[in-house]
Design a protein around this ligand. Structure first.
Ligand code: NAG
Ligand code: NAG
Ligand code: NAG
Ligand code: NAG
Ligand code: NAG
Ligand code: NAG
Length: 565
């Protein structure tokens, strides 16, 4: 009885779906004698440039017979796809294969099969089954192609199913690796072309979802926008090929941000799309904590501390330039120590953090020690800004730069020379350099802390560098991060903070200058009028000490025009 109700409900959902989404000519039959459900899809009047789409909802442990009818005669093959939300399912050519592992069935959540439809007399059927304890929320789609279209995965050499229009995705070492199999062409006598001399061209695309959005509607909407070649080219970002293999793409993983990977095969004027594949780079269903960047109290406290330090640097940093420099060295030392610790061997996170902290303390000590040796120390204190700029350039480099970035022998010299160039340029104008370094770093502390709380992507400016150093294959990864509202907002806040600091420092300088003039005029006055009231003298001497200290360089080298700025 329960089953009947369930199947009835299923049929109802199918009909409701049909009514609301105006999807095509679909009929469903439920068979109350078993768990099986049947769905019949008619491609009558179906336009070959549009994908057929149907949301389905299957009760636990159910099977679905999918029959496709009324296929127009100009359609030579279809790619029938099932996209499930979070859970896995099995799709197979034969009903008997649903329970086994075979080379005619496929298990996963973005799966599908190539089905030949031209000159076929048997009914066109595909079978679906799932073993989940929960209802399976899925999207059934069909994309039809004519005889000129390349067959996605037709030259498959590695995947299990002979013609493999699907892609393979795995997440490891903070990288997402997507593999695709080459497409084949039908030549005039309807025989597939030789795969050795494959004339088909392949392009890969990626689409990001809003971060931390794990709702089924967003997921299905993203999948439906990446089904046909036109949609993929319109909605996705094209990803350049890596050195290693034209059919593989490697991406930097952005935890908790969903991403759809699509591929298209192009031959002359004709193209066809592979089955898109999806990942959140974490597992929101089984391990929700993996999708959170800040998942323990300790990390949250560290962030709060960084936030406070950042605010202090912004507000009063210009008064204590020396401390400011120590904190910057501390950060650089920490980053390098931590990177080194990860790079050298597989310690636990605690040990890595310990090594990072030790290195940070060493850097502070070194920085304090080097305070007197002037030329070198100015140069060293400008290195962090050069480093930050080089990291930002690496992260946000346009796709056309990928050709350079993926080659270590081109990348590292460029990275280092960019860093050194910026540091040397800044050394030429130490006063401005000091202001810029304080402004950029003080606000970066604030930004990075907020970034961890909101889960946006500015932290990857440094994290990507660490990944690049510590993960050997990462050079092949395409790193460009998602650029969404939160990121834009944070970047704007960053700029506002930087400008605010210029104002704060400008004002502070103006005040000092005015007091300096006062002091000077007061000094002139002392020669003529010997008597100065006692309190006034006191207050002048307070002003006197500070400007003398911070502008000692200015007084020493009065002809250096940069110092006058
Ligand atoms: C639905 O398909 C049937 C054939 O299976 C056809 O006769 C009918 O006209 C189609 N209806 C629509 C609305 O396309
Ligand atoms: C599903 O298909 C199989 C094989 O074609 C058939 O035996 C079974 O009765 C079908 N089930 C339904 C509900 O149509
Ligand atoms: C689906 O299958 C993949 C690969 O076999 C597995 O890693 C994942 O945990 C499965 N998902 C669920 C929800 O069982
Ligand atoms: C259709 O298939 C049959 C064999 O299954 C073959 O003899 C015939 O030539 C095919 N027709 C076309 C137009 O491909
Ligand atoms: C698929 O597996 C069967 C046996 O399980 C084997 O005979 C057949 O050659 C395989 N086909 C391919 C394309 O690997
Ligand atoms: C592609 O289409 C253009 C016009 O749309 C046509 O001139 C050209 O011959 C076509 N090329 C191929 C390879 O079919």
């Amino acid at each position: 009885m329960k089953r009947v109700v369930f199947t009835f409900l299923l049929a109802l959902t199918l009909f409701l779906d049909e009514a609301t989404t105006m999807l095509n000519n679909t009929t469903t039959y439920s068979d109350s004698a078993s768990d099986d459900v049947r769905i019949i899809i008619s491609l009558w009047n179906h336009n070959k440039n549009n994908a057929f789409k149907q949301r389905i909802n299957l009760i636990p442990f159910s099977r679905l017979n999918i029959t496709v009818t009324d296929i127009p005669s100009d359609i030579w093959f279809i790619i029938l796809q099932i996209h499930t939300f979070q859970y896995n399912a099995t799709i197979a050519y034969d009903k008997e294969l649903l329970d086994k592992v075979s080379n005619r069935s496929l298990f996963g959540s973005n799966i599908g099969l190539y089905v030949k439809t031209h000159n076929v007399t048997t009914p066109i059927q595909v079978f679906l089954k799932h073993y989940n304890l929960h209802n399976l929320d899925a999207l059934l789609t069909i994309v039809a192609y004519d005889r000129n279209a390349p067959i996605p995965g037709g030259c498959n050499m590695e995947f299990d199913i002979e013609i493999a229009p699907y892609q393979n995705l795995r997440t490891e070492n903070e990288m997402i690796i997507v593999d695709t199999q080459p497409a084949s062409m039908l030549v005039d006598n309807s025989l597939p072309t030789l795969c050795e001399t494959n004339p088909v061209q392949h392009k890969m695309y990626r689409l990001y979802l809003p971060r931390q959005d794990f709702t089924p509607d967003t997921y299905f909407e993203a999948i439906t926008s990446m089904l046909t070649t036109q949609d993929i080219m319109q909605n996705g970002d094209e990803i350049p090929p890596t050195l290693m293999s034209p059919m593989r793409r490697i991406y930097s993983a952005y935890t908790g941000t969903g991403s759809v990977y699509a591929a298209i095969a192009i031959h002359g004027n004709y193209s066809s799309a592979y089955i898109p594949i999806f990942t959140y780079a974490c597992s929101p269903l089984l391990y929700p904590e993996t999708c959170q960047v800040l998942n323990d109290t300790f990390a949250k406290m560290i962030c709060a501390l960084v936030l406070i330090i950042g605010f202090l640097l912004i507000i009063i940093g210009h008064k204590y330039t020396y401390i400011n420099r120590l904190i910057t060295s501390c950060m650089m030392g920490g980053i390098f120590g931590y990177t080194l610790a990860i790079g050298l061997s597989d310690h636990s996170t605690t040990i890595n953090i310990l090594i990072g902290s030790t290195s940070a303390i060493l850097a502070v000590a070194l920085s304090a020690f080097l305070r007197s040796a002037c030329e070198l120390c100015t140069f060293l204190s400008n290195l962090p800004l050069g480093f930050l700029c080089a990291c930002i350039t690496y992260l946000y480099a346009p796709a056309c730069m990928f050709y350079i970035l993926e080659r270590d022998w081109l990348f590292w010299p460029m990275f280092v020379s960019l860093m050194l160039t910026i540091a040397v340029l800044l050394t030429k104008m130490p006063y401005i350099a000091g202001i810029i370094t304080r402004a950029v770093f003080g606000s970066y502390f604030v930004i990075i802390a907020i970034d961890y709380y909101t889960g946006s992507n500015l932290k990857y400016i440094i994290l990507t560098f660490i990944r690049r150093v510590t993960i050997s294959e990462f050079r092949l990864a395409f790193v460009y991060p998602p650029y969404q509202h939160a990121d834009v907002t944070l970047i704007i806040i960053w700029f506002v903070l930087i400008i605010a600091q210029f104002f704060i420092q400008g004002c502070a300088k103006l005040c000092e200058k005015m007091s300096e003039e006062l002091v000077e005029s007061a000094g002139n006055n002392t020669e003529t009028t010997v008597l100065i009231p006692k309190e006034r003298k006191k207050s002048y001497s307070r002003y006197y000490r500070k400007p003398y200290k911070s502008y000692s360089r200015y007084y020493r080298k009065p002809y250096n025009r940069y110092n006058l700025l």
